[in-house]
Ligand binder design. Sequence first.
Ligand code: 4AD
Ligand code: MG
Length: 467
Amino acid sequence: MQQYKIKYLLKEDVSSLIDTQICVKGWVRTKRGNKNVAFIALNDGSIIHNIQIVADPAKFEEELKRITTGACICVEGKLVESQGSGQTVEVQAESIVIYGEADPNTYPLQKKGHSMEFLREIGHLRPRTNTFGAVMRMRHEMAYAIHTFFHQKGFYYFHTPLITASDCEGAGEMFQVTTMDLNNIPRKEDGSVDYEQDFFGKQTALTVSGQLEGELGATALGAIYTFGPTFRAENSNTPRHLAEFWMVEPEMAFYQLDDLTALEEEFIKFLVRWALDNCKDDLEFLNNMIDKGLIERLKSVIDTDFVRLPYTEGIKILEEAVAKGHKFEFPVSWGVDLASEHERFLVEEHFKKPVIMIDYPKEIKAFYMKQNDDGKTVQGTDVLFPQIGEIIGGSVREENYDKLMTRINELNIPMKDMWWYLDTRRYGSCPHAGFGLGFERLMLFVTGMANIRDVIPFPRTPKTAEF
Ligand code: 4AD
Ligand code: MG
């Protein structure tokens, strides 16, 4: 018998299927009824909505006893127009096979609403809830939108390695990769670790960014993007940091600062519009249950021009706010790395729209950023978003070999393993630029979820690597 996804039955024109025999399979959300009739709400993950199964208690007495919230069943029966309100069609069960029961005494996902904290403890089951179903379907849609955007613009998906010997951001927040026996580490005569005996013959780690290899791609293919997992061993326990997150990193030859910020803005607007156009049911659910302002906020972002704000002007605005009595936890003055409270003040209170901050002090940004003529600032860009803070970090790259080397020496960056990166500046160097969008930060924005642990299936954070 033909099996259908519930999404198909609820969303497509199924008039030709009415009164025919069909099959649906899924997990029971609820069961209710009386001695004359039983109603089962069945969900198969294809859509937030459930299909209603109508069963005769006399015929299915044994099955109905075993069908409880969470059970997995296969139903065959007649598709009919629904008599009740709230659904268009329902299935009159003629056969029910129980694939797997879910003991109501131990199955943790009962009908009542659970806290996000509790759901994190049962991360193996939470994809079965409405909220996480919605978030995970949207995660898929956003990933698809990212590939669509770049493909349409002629960018190539360039796969950068996850194991690397270089620290792109220079922050030393890398997870080491080794096959050495930690109880018997090979050492050199001076007592230091002998990495030559390690798997790769050198010290390696999980990547913090695919950018450096991305630059190799861009200076050959013109425009590329990478989209993959990224790892940071920073001990940040915040609602916006993960130790393992996904990053989208486009890199473009011949882009100047204005081209870069224009692409950042176009990209985010494309993604937000995609969410509004393609994730209607899930967004409505999240708007009702999680964040009442969500859909309005998404619409406002695609209708507004993002502000371009030089860092120096941003600091002035913040200092004026302090002078007028606004209290920040952390002090502001030219040269500081902005805290998220500062970023959010600029975005949510001052401009009330997304801000692309540019021209940062070189001391607080990575070595590869293009230096401005003032000798103090670099062409870095951070896109700052309401609720989220920094959603994108990017820059024009320093393409001048001598300037780049000077900066590398100032920062004492070990260049032994980075000769290949410098070669891009030695042979056919060109102006180029790129950025990184934190995929989970985007997901926070488009779902209205409050904690980054709840927009990735299995979050990795300090002291947590369950599931
Ligand atoms: O600003 P970041 O560190 O920039 C880079 O890594 C550049 N190499 C990107 C590039 O130019 N190709 O990180 C980029 C973005 C941030 O704006 C943020 O959205 C996200 O990655 N991000 C994190 N997301 C979740 N958890 C963390 N610990 C994150 N760290 C950065
Ligand atoms: Mg950054």
